[in-house]
Write a protein that binds this ligand. Structure first.
Ligand code: T5A
Length: 197
């Protein structure tokens, strides 16, 4: 089972992934927690350039996220899924569609096609979208902002809106949760949807 967690910066993805990991591991599931960008050694270098380097042109940014994804899916995620593990992944294709497609105003459909090519069409079984307002996300992140997080609230508003559109288009494959709920309440909603003990 492949579960992606998506949402604006500071939505609480890392927190929820850890709570679900604990729950699944406690009953003996093989659980792999990973993230994009940066889920591999190569990805860590790409992450550094993307989030903490200098200026990157929008199309170069889209290609670098896709390159990280291609390597990550081929070398970490597909092998884990093949051996029967549950993969919990912090960000996936929808991050590119929302941030580069809607946020940077590149064509969201082209961005999606690029990532589907990069991953040979690997689609998550479930995507958990933690819906956070730009203001709440900014407050939760505190003083530390990387290159994408430093974008203005209108950028983050476009990202949020596009995420919600993606979820509305495929309700069977998405779980949308209000990220302002208490951690344990969100965790219970996610656990119920995942449907494992
Ligand atoms: N990006 C990424 C793209 O533009 N395109 C792409 O294709 C990809 C893959 C990644 C950046 O790159 C961009 C998107 C991002 O800008 P990142 O470091 O992975 O950077 O950033 P985030 O994914 O945003 O990670 P964060 O750590 O900032 O946010 P999380 O993981 O969503 O949130 P979390 O769990 O760390 O929580 C944030 C804070 O809120 C608190 C936590 O304790 C923490 O302090 N919190 C709550 N507070 C109140 N109520 C709750 N329910 C809470 N849950 C957590």
């Amino acid at each position: 089972m492949f579960i992606a967690f998506e949402g604006g910066d500071g939505a609480g993805k890392t927190t929820q992934i850890e709570l679900l990991r604990e729950r699944l591991a406690a009953v003996g599931y093989d659980v792999v927690v990973t993230r994009e960008p940066g889920g591999t050694e190569l990805g860590a270098d790409i992450r550094q350039v993307l989030l903490h380097g200098g200026d990157v042109a929008p199309r170069a940014e889209a290609l670098l996220f896709a390159a990280d994804r291609a390597h990550h899916i081929a070398t970490v995620v597909r092998p884990a899924l093949r051996r029967g593990a549950i993969v919990l992944q912090d960000r996936y294709i929808d991050s590119s569609v929302a941030y580069q497609g809607a946020g940077r105003e590149l064509d969201p459909l082209e961005i999606k096609r690029l990532s589907l090519w990069a991953t040979q069409d690997l689609v998550p079984d479930l995507t958990v979208l933690l819906d956070v307002t730009p203001q709440d996300g900014r407050r939760r992140r505190g003083q530390v902002h990387d290159r994408l997080e430093s974008e203005q609230d209108d950028f983050h508003a476009r990202v949020r809106e596009h995420y919600l559109q993606l979820a509305a288009a495929e309700p069977g494959r998405y779980l949308v949760v209000d990220a302002s709920l208490p951690r344990e309440e969100i965790a219970a909603i996610v656990a119920e949807r995942v449907g494992r003990p």
